[in-house]
Design a binder for this molecule. Structure first.
Ligand code: CDP
Length: 247
């Protein structure tokens, strides 16, 4: 990010991007719910070349105990990038970036989970990035919301997330790694579709007011597409469970 110098032509003469997408086109998305046996809920998400696994435990007793809230459950999130998830080996363990991403994802999820139903408890969300190609916080949050629903945790809605941004003076949806690295702006966002609330919004780089409005419009539309894929994943999971029960 940050508009670094590069010879890459981000938008060709036909108005298409490096990977052939239109400016407002998503990368292919695949979501599967309930992929892990030993977690209370789980989901696997592919957004373009991103591969993400989310696992949920709880509501369960909150540790450390001094974090307990007598009025509601707390959501503890741990976003982690595997060493092999990026080009250069990522040094294992938490860093400033993963602490920040864990915090913003937990805060986004706190808006939809009925945490007041579970005083003193903790809902633990683990997000593992297996392969990264820009937009991992959005893929991670999208996966975490499905995993929470898969765990049967009461929520007012799912949370779909996507990044919008700007490359070659064009507002684009769902930036890939080159666009993220060399583009002019990166704006990850997440919404609560039922209410239209925005529960995550960050901006790296610069957009004019008009560009920002345009970015929000295509971002909102894309979140609704992601939302449908999240719901489909849960319906498929539910259908499989029902079929097993019938046997
Ligand atoms: O992944 P996301 O776009 O949410 O966050 P970012 O901080 O904007 O990172 C953009 C991309 O940079 C990641 O998705 C990775 O592909 C890459 N990255 C990396 O190669 N090594 C890191 N230590 C961190 C990020």
């Amino acid at each position: 990010m940050g508009g670094m110098e590069t010879d890459i032509k981000f938008i060709d003469e036909n108005g298409l991007r490096i990977d052939g997408r239109k400016p407002d086109q998503l990368r292919p998305i695949k979501i599967e719910a309930g992929v892990l046996n030993n977690a209370d809920g789980s989901a696997y998400v592919e957004m373009g070349k991103n591969k993400v696994l989310a696992a949920v435990y709880g509501p369960r007793e909150c540790h450390p105990r001094h974090l307990q809230n007598p009025a509601k459950a707390i959501i503890q999130c741990k976003y982690n990038m595997m060493s092999f998830s990026v080009g250069d080996r990522k040094r294992p363990g938490p860093d400033r970036r993963s602490v920040e991403i864990s915090k913003i994802i937990a805060e986004a999820l706190d808006n939809v989970v009925f945490t007041e139903n579970f005083p003193r408890a903790s809902i633990d969300v683990y997000i593992e990035i297996l392969q990264a190609n820009a937009g991992t916080r959005c893929a991670g949050l999208t996966a975490a919301a499905v995993a929470l629903a898969d765990a049967g945790i009461p929520m007012k809605d799912l949370v779909p997330a996507i990044a919008v941004g700007k490359v070659a003076d064009t507002v684009v949806l769902d930036l890939d790694k080159e666009e993220d690295n060399f583009g002019q702006a990166d704006v990850p966002m997440a919404i609560v579709p039922r209410t239209g609330e925005i529960v995550l919004l960050q901006m790296d780089g610069h957009l004019t007011t008009e560009e920002f409005d345009q970015a929000m419009e295509i971002g909102m539309k894309a979140c609704m597409e992601v939302y449908e894929i999240q719901k489909d994943a849960l319906k498929r999971r539910y259908a499989v469970d029902a079929a097993i029960e019938e046997e």
